[in-house]
Design a protein around this ligand. Structure first.
Ligand SMILES: *Cc1c(COP(=O)(O)O)cnc(C)c1O
Length: 400
């Protein structure tokens, strides 16, 4: 019996494996910025970042300045980039902690330069270029001018140039190719003006593995994976990538009940027992990350067998029909995502069935779900004189 009503098991050895697969795919000399925004997709940013640092990851990407400060407060020394943008009154905190900031407008260049000068410091910025995502980023036509302005700003250091691929799933190869072309033109124009771009990074997980630009996915010096490190990619890419699942979502059976035919189960009585059967109640619900949309359509693994979710998923509980799964007891572990014996409910499949994407499913794991880490020992520093598996050394991050 588990100590927890619901828990996420996070396999750090699988994370090690996936980071190695990403490095192989990205090619020699290409560094990895692991994206750990939204608490590392719900898996615990501090623990994930610490482990990633030991695996040779060079930098971390986050979504907000608070996330960056949390990592630094926990003693993580890797460079941290706020990938998107920072609201104006958070800039000072970022600067005083040396956090790298995405920059995408002339206004922000001016306010950052003024602030950094007033603080007597230098701000590390990554110019974000909008080559087709249409979200953040300066348009390519404005980018060279802005680069020159950054270059001329005494209190700004150009630490990187980035863009974001809008359709990296291979769904729109032509559009992706156009984005790469626009980006390459900009890089050439910058170099022609003697502007060194710092770290050049474009590819998220799908772009790393989709091979739109051939086997050497993106000829730049850094990649920004998130979801692939956490064990999944869209189906057609996943097969070749040989990633290992990192995440298991589990709960336990807290109640069993034999019901006669016709018994309604759950809110709105959307399901009635078609025959006499046994219902197991699991102590996990949509507040914990079981999508409500799996009401009446999802499955769980119990004793290595599949059992259907019946009735509505509620906030704290999920009910399953175990009429065809013999021997279930109170305290048994139910797997909602992950492997049990020979069978597996894969993250990507559960997400698809729930009508969402793996990213959202991971981010929806609630606060009260215990995070349990396994593995991670194989790259601990070895006893004196011994050698562990040879992993690349921890590098210092962005080039100075
Ligand atoms: C979230 C994010 C990534 C990582 O995306 P994945 O699909 O998880 O690999 C990379 N770059 C930027 C700018 C992002 O916002």
């Amino acid at each position: 019996m588990s100590d927890f009503r619901a828990w996420v098991e996070i396999d750090l050895d699988a994370l090690t494996h996936n980071l190695a697969a990403i490095r192989r795919r990205a090619g020699p000399g290409v560094r990895v910025m692991l994206v750990v925004k939204a608490d590392a997709y719900g898996l615990g940013a501090v623990t994930i970042a610490r482990h990633a640092a030991r695996c040779g990851v060079s930098a971390l990407g986050v979504g907000t300045s608070r996330e960056a400060l949390e990592l630094q407060g926990a003693g993580i020394r890797l460079p941290v980039l706020v990938l998107g943008t920072v609201i104006e009154n958070e800039l000072a905190d970022c600067l005083s902690h040396g956090i790298h900031i995405g920059l995408h407008s002339a206004d922000r260049r001016a306010s950052l330069q003024a602030l950094a000068m007033a603080m007597g410091t230098v701000a590390n910025v990554h110019l974000n270029v909008d080559t087709g995502m249409g979200r953040l980023g300066v348009l390519p036509s404005r980018a060279v001018g802005l680069l020159e302005e950054i270059h001329a700003s005494r209190n700004l250091a150009l630490a990187g140039i980035m863009t974001h691929v809008a359709a990296p799933h291979g769904a729109s190869d032509e559009a992706t190719f156009e984005q790469a072309l626009a980006f390459d033109e900009l890089l050439a124009a910058a170099r022609a003006r003697g502007i060194l771009p710092g770290s050049v990074h474009v590819a998220n997980s799908c772009a790393i593995f989709s091979g739109v630009r051939g086997p050497r996915a993106w000829p730049y010096d850094m990649v920004r994976p998130g979801i692939a490190a956490y064990g999944t990619l869209p189906g057609h890419l996943a097969r070749a990538a040989e990633l290992r699942p990192v995440v298991t979502l589990a709960s336990q059976v807290v109640f069993l009940k034999d019901v006669p035919a016709g018994t309604p189960v759950g809110y709105d009585a959307t399901w009635r027992a078609p025959r006499p059967t046994r219902i197991a109640t699991l102590s996990v619900g949509y507040a914990d990350g079981v999508p409500w949309s799996l009401s009446g359509s999802g499955e769980v693994l119990l004793r290595g067998r599949r059992a259907p979710i019946v009735g509505r998923v509620s906030m704290d509980y999920t009910t399953v029909d175990i009429g065809r799964v013999p021997g279930v007891c109170v305290g048994d572990t139910a797997i909602l995502i992950g492997r049990d014996g020979q069978d597996e409910l894969r993250l990507a499949d559960v997400a698809r069935r729930a009508g969402t994407i793996p990213h959202e499913l991971l981010c929806s794991f609630g606060k009260r779900v215990e995070r349990v880490y396994t593995g991670g020992d194989e790259i601990l520093p070895a006893a004196p004189g011994a050698r562990t598996r040879s992993l690349p050394p921890v590098t210092s991050g962005f080039p100075e």
